[in-house]
Write a protein that binds this ligand. Structure first.
Ligand code: 4AD
Ligand code: MG
Length: 479
């Protein structure tokens, strides 16, 4: 059997023993003195040192042990004298599985910029930084399911192709099989979607929420976890055209319950990674410190990565209203010194610079903002008695800005339809949604956590393109 190997993560936890034979397989990181191979198989940030028997490996094999080559090595474990590892493999057999021409291999054993690595994203998993990031991404995904499973939520698979615009923001990718060369048109010149694949106009989903509500108002508590798509032309370090979102939706649940769940959820995810990815986090922590050395003192983070994560899990999030947030911004030195690019007044959509001021400068911890003006939020949010605001809540995180967006939903049929009419949302296409308010309507709420923003927060990476395997952004769809 080919795969009779032990993973490097496991072997590094074993004790030296002369009579236990192991086989490892992996990719060569470095090869020194014709004897020491630093081998990595992706199971851990750490390399295994494989020591070749001096003089007994053929010259033509030695020449093929180059950075990037894949090899198989067998031998026994001995205590290591080298620093940073307790054991090493004393190899008695070595086999080249795949050569890697050192002249052509793009990943040299030296520091490469993240920008360069983005261009070779197909190979960047082989670097320490990206292997750590993607192991942590995996852990977070696993913890998402564990959290909701422990709480008795049902994982609901909402559709990727839909005919509705859940957020009402119109930033959708169209899905069609209509021929571009000969688009069928109706008499009035508009496109005849009855000839399209689904017989109507369809798009990739921007959110699974609406279908999530349909599930929650029968199953009680559900969550979705899937890809979502936004054709917003935002070329920033926080936006992707294809990103993953987790959207829990809970019946018999109000805005306070919703905030409590979101906070508990974020704490849970961070604690899971602190416990299960300690080595990867330690690596990313020192990487960040190293990166920041080149920055001017006032641009460096106040806390190290681990310190920041500990602070977040050990403290409650700040909770303020939108109106309080505006007051804080208006009273801030940044506002008085005209440091904000965008205007500040009641009614504005908070810009990223405002959000970051609140969390990074003012509160220095995550902040939950509630009670946003209804005019900047989606139609489904529950209207407050003041007639001006809705029961929305956004969670803002240091270094990220908005990481969660959610709300209590409008469960009162008359209020909901009136709002939809005001916002020109065709109610006749949404009868399925309105049925949940017609038959046994209940107070309910939910939120969406942007998965990549969560991975950014936990890994301390600063560009969202570096926490998803293959980023889709405006004018970029490689791999
Ligand atoms: O605030 P948003 O647009 O909310 C919704 O979609 C609701 N339907 C969620 C709900 O209540 N069920 O998006 C939710 C989160 C944001 O807070 C952000 O973290 C992330 O999704 N997000 C993005 N992440 C990466 N790239 C983008 N273009 C994103 N747009 C939103
Ligand atoms: Mg939002």
């Amino acid at each position: 059997m080919f795969n009779k190997r032990i993973k490097i993560k496991e072997i590094l936890a074993k004790n030296p023993s002369s009579d236990q034979q192991y086989t490892v397989m992996g990719w060569v990181r470095t090869f020194r003195n014709n004897q020491f191979v630093a081998l990595n198989d992706g199971s851990t940030i750490h390399n295994l040192q494989v020591v070749l028997p001096l003089g007994s490996v053929e010259e033509n094999i030695l020449k093929r042990i180059t950075t990037g080559a894949s090899i198989k090595a067998s031998g026994h474990l001995v205590a290591s004298l080298g620093k940073g590892q307790s054991v090493e493999l004393q190899a008695d057999a070595i086999e080249i599985l795949g050569d890697s021409d050192p002249e052509k291999y793009p990943l040299q054993p030296k520091k490469h910029s993240l920008e360069f690595l983005r261009e070779i994203a197909h190979l960047r998993f082989r670097t320490q930084t990206f292997s750590a990031v993607f192991r942590i991404r995996h852990s977070l995904a696993f913890a998402v399911h564990q959290f909701f499973n422990e709480k008795g939520f049902v994982y609901l698979h909402t559709p990727i192709i839909t005919s509705s615009d859940a957020e009402g923001a119109g930033e959708m990718f169209r899905v069609t099989t209509l021929p571009f060369e000969q688009i069928p048109r109706k008499e009035d010149g508009t496109i005849d979607f009855s000839e399209d694949f689904f017989g109507k106009s369809t798009n990739l989903t921007v959110s699974g929420q609406l279908e999530g509500e349909l599930g929650a108002t029968a199953l009680g508590d559900i969550y979705t976890f899937g890809p979502t798509f936004r054709a917003e032309n935002s070329n920033t370090t926080r936006h992707l055209a294809e990103f993953w979102m987790i959207e829990p939706e809970m019946a018999f649940n109000d805005i306070e319950d919703n905030m409590d769940l979101a906070e508990e959820f974020i704490h849970y995810l961070i604690n899971y990674v602190l416990k299960n990815n300690a080595d990867d986090l330690a690596f990313l922590d020192s990487r960040l410190q190293e990166e920041e050395k080149s920055l001017p003192a006032d641009k460096r983070s106040e806390f190290g990565l681990l310190e920041k994560l500990q602070l977040v899990v050990n403290n409650k999030f700040e909770r303020i209203t939108y109106t309080e947030a505006i007051d804080i911004l208006l009273a801030s030195p940044a506002y008085k010194k005209k440091k904000f690019k965008f205007e500040v007044s009641w009614g504005i959509d908070l810009q990223s610079e405002h959000e970051r001021y609140l969390v990074e400068k003012h509160f220095k911890k995550p902040v939950i903002v509630t009670g946003y003006p209804k005019d900047i939020k989606a139609f489904y949010m529950r209207q407050n008695d003041d007639g001006k605001t809705v029961a929305a809540m956004d969670i803002l995180a240091p270094g990220i800005g908005e990481i969660v967006g959610g709300s209590q939903r409008e469960e009162r049929l008359d209020r909901l339809t009136k709002r939809m009419e005001e916002m020109e949302i065709p109610t006749h296409e949404m009868e399925f949604y309105l049925d949940t308010r017609r038959f046994g309507s209940v107070p309910h709420s939910g939120f969406g956590l942007g998965f990549e923003r969560m991975v950014l927060f936990v890994t301390g990476m600063t560009n969202i393109r570096d926490v998803i395997p293959f980023a889709r952004t405006p004018k970029n769809c490689e791999f």
